[in-house]
Design a protein around this ligand. Structure first.
Ligand SMILES: [Zn+2]
Ligand SMILES: [Zn+2]
Length: 424
């Protein structure tokens, strides 16, 4: 129930809302301690063994039903509230990256791991340590109001968001495949990402396409090999490749409705030939496609195929196109986003919740959103003393996010659950 304050005409917080926020404040120091531990001991994708154990130990201590070994190293816990209601899922990703930490911290990482067969330094250079500790804290807060909860909460700790090692399955896609959204069936899912370039105390969000789909593609162009001095005796796949690369530029610039959403097609590698006087038989091109709207994404696939095949044909060559399955669009359900916006504003303050343009990076949270309505947003992690523009980007050795962000994360995640169940 919402009670309206006589002075501001704004709804004041319900007893349960106040209680979860107070509980969050009471465990702030503990959440920061967990964060430091996790930051100091990062593990690579699909190798989050100790991380999983650390999480599971905490969840069991709260008396939750805990399942381990989900999608390799994932941990899932269920909290059944005292009252009937919907099943709401919260997700945190768990993996670190092969990046050497350069930040001067007592809890800086010195960890090593094995990536592509070589030993590498490992760092939580995307801030997933903050996601884990925020969700561990949220589990503790919500366990503290168990009897008052109108529904069930599923805590999803997911491995390998950054991508499974070569030849392995992993991440959100495998979690979904292993039935993480079923039994009990999830009705809505929430997730956040810490942002190094947004000041602590702020949240950025976008309804609809918030982060792009990502599909890599490979084009193989077949010509006919000949002496470099006698091009007429063969079919030149290099000239064909050049034309394909140029023609592909018209997909976004000439045929995408770019005022609706952004889209990107980029080439990342071109390979063909061995020496100056041989026109080779084959050229390979590799690239990536990013889209924020599913129709536009499908149209890009279609246009790319036509351009590749017809350009090759016009040169007498042949070409094949392979587009990998990739990541879907991180699509924030519009109705759910609008419904939960007042919660974000109530926790952070009206001026601290900002609608932002989409990002062309991808997030595997999108796999959950393909199954159930979901809302994914960005939580500020930049220390207030650092200008946002000077913050080191994610995935770099100087990446740093502030402990002060943790409390906002725990409050927002807890309130999203409580409020969703109450409005329902
Ligand atoms: Zn990342
Ligand atoms: Zn990340």
């Amino acid at each position: 129930m919402l009670i309206f304050s006589a002075f501001t005409n704004k709804p004041s917080k319900s007893k349960l809302q106040l209680k979860v926020e107070t509980l969050a404040e009471q465990i702030e120091a503990k959440v920061i301690k967990w964060r430091h531990h996790l930051h100091e001991h990062p593990e690579l994708s699909n190798r989050e063994y100790e991380t999983a154990e650390y999480i599971a130990t905490h969840l069991k201590s709260l008396g939750l039903e805990v399942q381990t070994g989900v999608a390799h190293t994932g941990v899932v816990a269920v909290l059944k509230g005292g009252k009937d209601g919907p099943v709401v899922a919260l997700r945190a990703d768990m993996d670190g990256l092969p990046v050497p930490e350069r930040v001067d911290l007592p809890w800086a990482s010195q960890a090593k791991g094995v990536y592509n067969g070589a030993e590498v330094p490992v760092m939580h250079a995307c801030g997933h340590d903050t996601h884990i500790s925020i969700l561990m804290g949220t589990a503790e807060v919500l366990s503290g109001v168990k009897s008052e909860l109108r529904g069930t909460v599923k805590f999803i700790f997911q491995p390998a968001e950054e991508g499974a090692p070569k030849g392995e399955e992993g991440g959100a896609q495998l979690m979904v495949k292993e039935g993480v959204l079923k039994n009990p069936d999830v009705e809505a899912i929430f997730g956040l990402h810490i942002g190094a370039d947004t000041h602590v105390g702020n949240i950025n969000y976008k309804p609809g396409g918030a982060m792009a789909s990502s599909n890599s593609f490979e084009i193989t162009i077949h010509g006919k090999q000949t002496h470099g001095s006698r091009p007429w005796a063969g079919i030149d796949p290099i000239v064909t490749a050049a034309q394909i690369i140029n023609n592909v530029q018209t997909i976004v610039s000439r045929s995408m409705p770019i005022t609706k959403e952004a889209a990107v097609v980029s080439f990342g590698s071109v390979h063909g030939g061995v020496r100056s006087n041989i026109i080779p038989e084959e050229v390979k091109l590799v690239g990536t496609i990013r889209a924020l709207n599913e129709e536009m994404r499908q149209e890009i696939f279609k246009r790319l195929k036509t351009i590749v095949e017809k350009t090759a044909e016009s040169n007498g060559a042949t070409a094949t196109l392979e587009i990998n399955e990739g990541y879907p669009i991180t699509y924030n359900d519009i109705e759910l986003t609008n419904r939960m916006l007042p919660t974000l504003k109530d926790v952070m303050g009206d001026d601290h919740v900002t609608l932002k343009p989409a990002k062309t990076g991808a997030e595997d949270f999108s796999f959950y959103q393909k199954e159930v309505p979901g809302f994914f947003f960005w939580l500020g992690g930049c220390p207030l003393g650092t200008p946002e523009k000077e913050a080191a980007p994610h995935h770099t050795p100087d990446f740093y996010v502030d402990d002060a962000a943790m409390i906002y994360g725990v409050k927002v995640m807890s309130r999203l659950v409580v409020d969703y169940m109450d409005i329902n």
